[in-house]
Design a protein around this ligand. Structure first.
Ligand code: HEM
Length: 484
């Protein structure tokens, strides 16, 4: 039985039992827990007992249409906010630019970060070993490692790894499958830039548990052998062990001057002290690096795969990207690597990548928790409710993106989309700290791939699934045509 079948079987069992014992309790529990303040709740429906509407939410994603969950309910209940129940929690889904703006600008005032139990179990230290203060410290620290000035010196390394990656996995091949290769590229970069792991075999071995981890993150939290959730927890333990070993070794190497204090993010983290002179503890560092490796690899590889897909389908757009990249390539001496100035010249290519992330946002959205009772759009949101924003509530909305299905990079010319409508990286204080890093790794990839090849899809109607990142079901196999 595959892990998906096993999950469905267990879910059906769970549902049956839950239905029998809880229908009668439901009204009482709902009434007592959901709205102690008595204000008017957002319209919507809570779905089945315990599982709520999680199955619809997850299965629409697995069918490749996560936006349908949003748009059906926005049409039926409210364009601004509707209620549902996801992952066992009363949830208000905030929609449109006003919903995004509200959540992004009330961070730590009315709302705070929250992840489903499945995520907390897979990343236990985010809730157990690391205090709120520790987490705040980290949030201040990360942007320092990932800000544009700090990243400038990484561009040459990114380019050199991209070249090695193409040599090993693409050159001299007639056909390749893009998604696993894109993952290999982004993971190799992350291992090199965060941990100085360079050896491709070590990188490949380390990559395996990450695949299990990613699909465990947004799974139904049933911790039984064979479920995605169970595999995710095991994978996370395995990776953390490996990271702790790397951290211990690095401490020795730094003490014996065999490693440099600035060689990568790991060295920076180990040597970082707060105002009181305290170092970060090893487990926190392992967890933060784990978060970065996940954030820095699955999202960007999904974006790269969809860039490849749209460029295969839209030859005019491909030609314009090629022209922009060849102008840059022509000015380079043999062996000269890409640099910061080159990246600034890749305007059109970045508009293309931005349009790709509008139509296929790598992360669908994120959760928050209400810190107190408050009102939004005339509805009461009770303290403790979970809140969700989703990129698709605006990205495919014709009010903000006319002809939303049309691929049009010119939407990003000039001042670009209306504020809070284009949110692939979120917004406000929790906006993705890896945004600039992601921009660089995607552009370096685009430069290297169009310089070498044209490509065409092998499967004409490959399905898209979203679990939790969007991906073509067969990994997007393509036929390569190297430039003469
Ligand atoms: C195309 C690539 C990427 C996309 C679309 C993306 C998107 C996002 C989004 C939507 C969030 C959640 C914001 C929220 O909670 O509202 C996020 C958070 C985060 N991302 Fe990214 N990300 C990408 C790449 C990266 C990279 C390359 C890194 C690391 C180098 C990274 C590290 C993180 C971290 C650490 C957080 C948590 C921030 C916090 O909770 O304060 N991401 N990202």
């Amino acid at each position: 039985m595959s892990s998906n079948d096993m999950e469905l079987f267990l879910l059906s069992l769970l549902l049956l039992v839950a239905l029998l014992i809880s229908l009668s309790l439901r009204y009482l529990v709902y009434k007592r827990k959901s709205n102690p303040s008595g204000g008017k709740l957002p319209p919507g429906k809570m779905g089945l007992p315990f599982v709520g509407e999680s199955i619809q939410f997850l299965s629409l994603g697995r069918k490749g249409t996560p936006e349908k969950f949003m748009y059906d309910r926005m049409a039926k209940f409210s364009k601004e906010v509707f209620r549902t129940s996801l992952f066992g929690e009363n949830t208000a889904v905030f929609c449109g630019p006003s919903g995004n703006k509200f959540l992004f600008s009330n961070e730590n005032k009315l709302v705070t970060a929250w992840w489903p139990r499945s995520v907390e179990k897979i990343f236990p230290s985010s809730t157990q070993t690391s205090s709120k203060e520790e987490a705040k410290k980290m949030r201040k620290l990360l942007p320092q490692f990932l800000k544009p000035e700090a990243l400038q010196r990484y561009i040459g390394i990114m380019d050199s790894i991209a070249q090695r990656h193409f040599k090993a996995g693409w050159d001299d091949r007639d056909e390749v499958t893009v998604f696993p290769l894109a993952k290999r590229y982004t993971f190799w970069l992350a291992c090199r830039l965060f941990l100085s792991i360079e050896d491709p075999d070590h990188v490949a071995k380390f990559a395996d548990p990450f695949n299990a981890l990613a699909s465990g993150i947004f799974s139904i939290p049933i911790d039984l052998p064979g479920t995605s959730f169970n595999k995710g927890i095991k994978a996370s333990d395995e990776i953390r062990k490996e990271l702790l070993a790397i951290i211990k070794q690095r401490k020795i190497d730094l003490a014996e001057n065999r490693a440099s204090p600035t060689q990568d993010i790991l060295s920076h983290m180990l040597l970082y002290t707060d105002e009181d002179g305290h170092f970060m503890n090893e487990r926190d560092i392992a967890d933060k690096i784990l978060g970065l490796l996940i954030g820095g690899h699955d999202t960007a590889s999904a974006a790269i795969t969809f860039v490849m897909k749209y460029l295969a389908e839209l030859p005019d757009i491909y030609n314009q990207v090629l022209q922009e990249q060849m102008e840059i390539a022509k000015c380079k001496a043999p062996g000269e690597r890409l640099n910061w100035d080159d990246m600034q010249k890749m305007r059109y290519s970045w508009n293309v990548a931005s349009e790709v992330m509008r139509l296929a946002p790598p992360l669908q959205g994120a959760f928050r928790e209400a810190l107190m009772d408050f009102t939004f759009a005339g509805f009461c949101i009770p303290k403790g409710w979970k809140l969700y924003w989703a990129a698709n509530s605006t990205h495919r909305n014709p009010e903000y993106f006319p002809e939303p299905e049309k691929f049009d990079p010119s939407r990003f010319d000039g001042t670009g989309p209306v504020p809070y409508t284009y949110v692939p990286f979120g917004g406000g204080p929790r906006m993705c700290p890896g945004k600039e890093y992601a921009r660089l790794e995607i552009l370096v990839f685009m430069h290297n791939v169009v310089k070498r090849f044209r490509w065409e899809k092998i499967l004409s109607d490959e399905k898209i699934i979203v679990n939790p990142m969007p991906m073509p079901a067969k990994g997007f196999p393509v036929r390569l045509h190297a430039h003469k």
